[in-house]
Write a protein that binds this ligand. Structure first.
Ligand code: ATP
Ligand code: MG
Length: 559
């Protein structure tokens, strides 16, 4: 990449490095454990890069395990999308795809083990009562009247819960730990709930489903995970994670390590809120290019390398609450595309130019490098004709001083071509400029004649050969930095009404062969990507990935 984008500190990597050097860890196993209840977003990308990245760096394995303990909210479509996203980012999980539900039999056997040991019991309190009995941060909880049931009675009730004898909410299985524990997670947490739901992996087999806390650590232990890396909200769950490992005959003892989640300004990183935007039709599906979902960023034109680079730049710490500037993310993609994207000339707001001293049937064309610094890229053929389009923004009828683009009586260079002068402005009945009449100085191809300084260079497209393009100009979905800062406020109030503006542009003929997902720099305009769904069968649809201005590089320079 052209711009300096050095990696930031990563305390987990340092810690593992020390363990390896001290001979404490021979081979690491990490896992990425998404719940299949939505598409992955940029926050998950941080976790993916961390877990798969560590396995890569230390020659270990990373597992992909679906945390599928809540059948009501999960779907096969999400499983498929998550697998595709992880692969697209360039990571390969070790072995097959795993599911927490693969371990339901073992988890159930271990629940029976806890019951036999007097460390779990079936409770008949309602969910509301359980909450009430649990106490508060300042007040101890009180024991359920069902807490002293005998192991035999509990075993029998648990088995009948499993076979569907009781209604949802009628009973739960709880660990018997300590109702007065200062850490509320230890106040007899729930291990199993009754759910008469069909499960995408296990079908109708189970009428009870394990809680996340009960399933997670044991799944780690079964898989031999060495470092169970999660976000800081699970820090208070760690004593419970360890309680299970200490009280069950598990084959290995994984260690939980927490890190700060990624928060990005102008962006939501909550599956629940993203799902709302999708369900309400506010965006065009989970892969809408305005969403921070991995598939949305892919459709927008982000590369896997740029997302991985970004995750490297933000680092991994335990400091919570920080908001990462989205300019860092756009910097990562821009510096990738600067080197890799072929160039093309595209006019987004066409203004017709007639070159009065060029004959009607005149044809010439230029062989222009695909990329200014890359000889390996195909040369483009750029045709020049009597009628052209330039961008409306490159002409001003009454220009201020130091305006170097086109104006009445003024000259400008057409990129890769001649210098032209504007002789006449044609307007329509309503007074709008409809056309410019200009003349070419044929002595200026590839040079400025002596003594003449023509500073401005503008892009253009032959009107005869130009291709119609649908161009989708994407901007931030939200107008404020933290759309969900106020928990009660409706984040939908902060939507940016201009987050998508679609225009009909005109592009140079080399774009005719643009395949879906190919990326370009439209010169002087920005980076664009052919839409992976809509740009096909002769139709050209481009999504703006990012503009040309790099505010992050500027911030870095100043700082
Ligand atoms: P959300 O809050 O968006 O619903 P989640 O944490 O419920 O996300 P999971 O599917 O459970 O989603 O997440 C899988 C993994 O990704 C977890 O280890 C989780 O900690 C991690 N993760 C989720 N969001 C972020 C984030 N913003 N930054 C870093 N890691 C994250
Ligand atoms: Mg979660």
């Amino acid at each position: 990449m052209t711009t300096d984008t050095t990696s930031a500190p990563n305390f987990i990597r340092n810690q593992i490095q020390e363990e390896v050097e001290a001979g404490q860890t021979a081979r690491i196993i990490t896992r990425f454990p998404p719940e299949p209840n939505g598409f992955l977003h940029i926050g998950h990308a941080k976790s993916i890069c961390l877990n798969f990245g560590l396995a890569e760096q230390f020659g270990g394995d990373c597992h992909l395990r679906f945390d599928d303990t809540n059948p009501a909210k999960e779907e096969q479509a999400y499983i498929d999308a998550i697998k595709a996203d992880v692969s697209w980012l360039g990571f390969q999980w070790a072995g097959g795809v795993r599911f927490a539900s693969d371990y339901f039999d073992q988890l159930y056997a271990w629940a029976q083990h806890l019951v036999r040991e007097g460390k779990a019991y079936v409770d008949d309190l309602s969910p509301d009562e359980i909450r009430e009995y649990r106490g508060t941060l300042t007040e101890a909880g009180k024991p359920s009247p069902y807490r002293e049931r005998t192991p035999d009675e509990n075993l029998d009730l648990l088995e009948r819960m499993r076979t569907g004898e009781f209604a949802e909410g009628e009973k739960v299985l709880r660990a018997k730990i300590d109702m007065a524990a200062p850490n509320i997670n230890l106040r007899d947490p729930i291990l199993y709930r009754i759910r008469h739901a069909s499960h995408h992996q296990t079908g109708e087999k189970w009428k009870i489903y394990p809680s996340y806390d009960y399933a997670h650590g044991q799944s780690d232990a079964i898989e031999g995970v060495t470092h169970s890396i999660c976000t800081l909200e699970f820090e208070d769950h760690r004593p419970l994670y360890e309680w299970f490992l200490d009280n069950l005959p598990v084959p290995t003892k994984p260690r939980q390590i927490e890190f700060a989640r990624l928060n990005l300004n102008y962006t939501l990183t909550s599956k629940r809120k993203l799902k709302l935007l999708v369900d309400e039709g506010i965006v065009d599906g989970w892969d809408d290019p305005r969403l921070p979902t991995i598939s949305g960023m892919r459709r927008r034109g982000y590369t896997p390398a740029s997302i991985r680079k970004f995750c490297d730049m933000i680092g991994v710490t335990r400091a919570d609450g920080g908001l990462v500037d989205i300019a860092m993310l756009t910097h990562a993609i821009r510096s990738d595309l600067e080197d890799s994207a072929p160039r093309a000339m595209v006019v987004l707001k066409p203004l017709k130019v007639v070159l009065t001293n060029v004959p009607e049937d005149h044809e010439e064309s230029y062989a222009v490098p695909g990329h200014p610094a890359r000889e390996d890229m195909a040369v483009r053929k750029v045709p020049f004709t009597r009628e052209l389009y330039i961008d409306q923004d490159d002409f001003m009828e009454e220009p201020p001083k130091k305006y170097f683009r086109l104006a009445p009586g003024k000259e400008v260079r057409l990129r890769n071509s001649y210098v032209i002068r504007c002789d006449e402005v044609i307007k329509d009945a309503s007074g709008e400029i409809s056309e410019l009449r200009c003349s070419v100085d044929f002595d200026t191809l590839g040079k400025n004649p002596e003594g003449r300084k023509v500073k401005g260079v503008i892009h253009w497209v032959s009107a005869t050969h130009g291709l119609p393009l649908e161009v989708r100009l994407y901007d931030n979905l939200f107008q404020v930095e933290q759309p969900d800062k106020d928990r009660d406020a409706d984040f939908l109030e902060h939507l940016n009404p201009e987050s998508l503006v679609t225009v009909e542009g005109i592009g140079e003929p080399s774009l005719a062969t643009a395949t879906p997902e190919s990326r370009f720099q439209f010169e002087r305009v920005g980076y664009f990507c052919a839409d992976r769904h809509d740009s096909r069968d002769g139709r050209l649809v481009f999504n703006r990935t990012v503009g040309l201005k790099d505010s992050w590089a500027k911030i870095k320079k100043k700082g």
